[in-house]
Design a protein around this ligand. Structure first.
Ligand code: CA
Length: 237
């Protein structure tokens, strides 16, 4: 791991310097920003490995900053360690509920703070090391469905699908050969906030087949029931 990049969001210079001193000593790259708005901008532009976040800031409060960071997919995974004053217990609870990872209470021992920071960095590194591969390969690898990236590849060529098309294909391909009714497909795809009627499923399937090209036959219509995924018949020639 290269030097971890720590962003210290703290408006009291003495405390900021103290934290920065200890980060340096631990071999971390520390940067200080003294207000909420510029901190949020900086985090979005250059995501740090961990944020040490004071809750009482001159402009945007730490809780609000944390809430924003945990809402955006690109910043959601960044660990946040809150620094709070005595009497801010309800803020601590709110912060932890919206996704902050840990906290220290002022006046804090720098060694305790650094132990917390190291712990969240370690947990994050462990999470990143676990290879998560939910990809689904079908038809001898000619079709690969990657639900994490929302991408499919047909004969190694990435192909764009709409959210609904992707949902339908992914649902059917989970259980090749199993017939799914239109209602079952709708229920499976609904999780992605898509409103569908059974008639529109047919429209989406038509569009999906077009995009599947030579693999169009793998989404088979089962008359009077629904659809199923199957390997298309061998091409002749
Ligand atoms: Ca403060």
């Amino acid at each position: 791991m290269s030097k971890p990049h720590v962003l210290i969001v703290e408006d009291e210079p003495d405390i900021a310097d103290l934290i920065r001193f200890h980060c340096d000593r631990e071999g971390m790259e520390a940067e200080v920003i003294g207000a909420g708005k510029p901190a949020v901008e900086s985090i979005r532009k250059t995501p740090p490995d961990v944020v040490i976040l004071d809750l009482m800031l001159p402009d945007v409060g730490g809780i609000e900053i944390c809430r924003r960071l945990k809402q955006w997919p690109e910043t959601r995974e960044i660990p946040v360690v809150m620094v709070t004053a005595k009497g801010e217990e309800s803020d601590v609870v709110t912060g932890l509920e919206i996704g902050a990872d840990d906290y220290v209470v002022k006046p804090f021992s720098p060694r305790v703070l650094m132990a917390r920071v190291r712990a969240v960095l370690r947990r994050r590194a462990e999470l990143q090391e676990i290879p998560v591969d939910n990809r689904l390969e079908r038809i001898d690898g000619r079709l690969v469905i990657d639900p994490d990236r929302h991408v499919i590849t047909i004969d190694t060529k990435p192909t764009d699908l709409t959210v609904t098309e992707f949902g339908i294909l992914n649902h059917l391909a989970q259980r090749p050969g199993f017939v799914r009714t239109r209602d079952q497909i709708i229920a499976a795809v609904h999780g992605r906030n898509v409103v569908l009627s059974s008639r529109t499923i047919d429209v989406h399937v038509t569009a999906l087949r077009k995009k599947l090209g030579s693999l169009a036959g793998c989404v088979e219509t089962v008359r009077g029931i629904g659809y199923r995924f199957c390997a298309p018949p061998e091409e002749v020639g």
